[in-house]
Design a protein around this ligand. Structure first.
Ligand code: 4NP
Length: 150
């Protein structure tokens, strides 16, 4: 079983979408995909309505996901940890206990643009276009991740 964690700030916009997209591209009998936020603002919250809507538009149902905060034990529970942006990446790395923990953490868009360190932009304060844009970026990255893992 390979276990993959998607991480953003709030765990209501970007990482639940990333979780839903990657899950749809991998067989559930050999992969676990989850998501978390580095912040505690939205623990127990459903994904943002706009993330649910853009997922629905593309045939995915993420409405049942529930926000949770990243915790140090996630380094033990997951093989790969994908940060949505550089700030999330730095926050996760600041909790790492050793080199093994650090080696699990990657910036998700580096799968598409190696070593460029691009951010998936935070769509929270924007409109629906921002969510469609995020969906497209994550779909591209998750296609490459799934191809690599399969
Ligand atoms: P996310 O977006 O990190 O993609 O889930 C955000 C959601 C909520 C907030 C910030 C970013 N917030 O400040 O509440």
């Amino acid at each position: 079983m390979t276990k993959i964690l998607m991480v953003c700030l709030g765990n209501i916009c970007r990482s639940p979408l990333a979780e839903g997209i990657l899950k749809s591209k991998l067989p559930s009998d050999s992969f676990i995909v989850d998501s978390a936020g580095t912040a505690s603002y939205h623990i127990g919250s459903s994904p943002d309505k706009r993330s649910i809507a853009v997922a629905n538009k593309h045939g995915l149902n993420i409405s049942n996901l529930s926000g949770r905060q990243f915790e140090v034990s996630d380094f033990d529970r997951f093989d790969l940890i994908y940060a949505m942006d550089n700030s999330n990446f730095d926050n996760i790395i600041s909790l790492a206990r050793n080199k093994v923990d650090i080696s699990k953490v990657k910036l998700i868009l580096n799968e598409v643009y190696p070593n460029q360190n691009y951010n998936v932009p935070d769509p929270y304060y924007g409109g629906h276009d921002g969510f469609e844009n995020v969906y497209k970026m994550l779909d591209e990255a998750c296609t490459l991740i799934a191809n690599d893992l399969n």
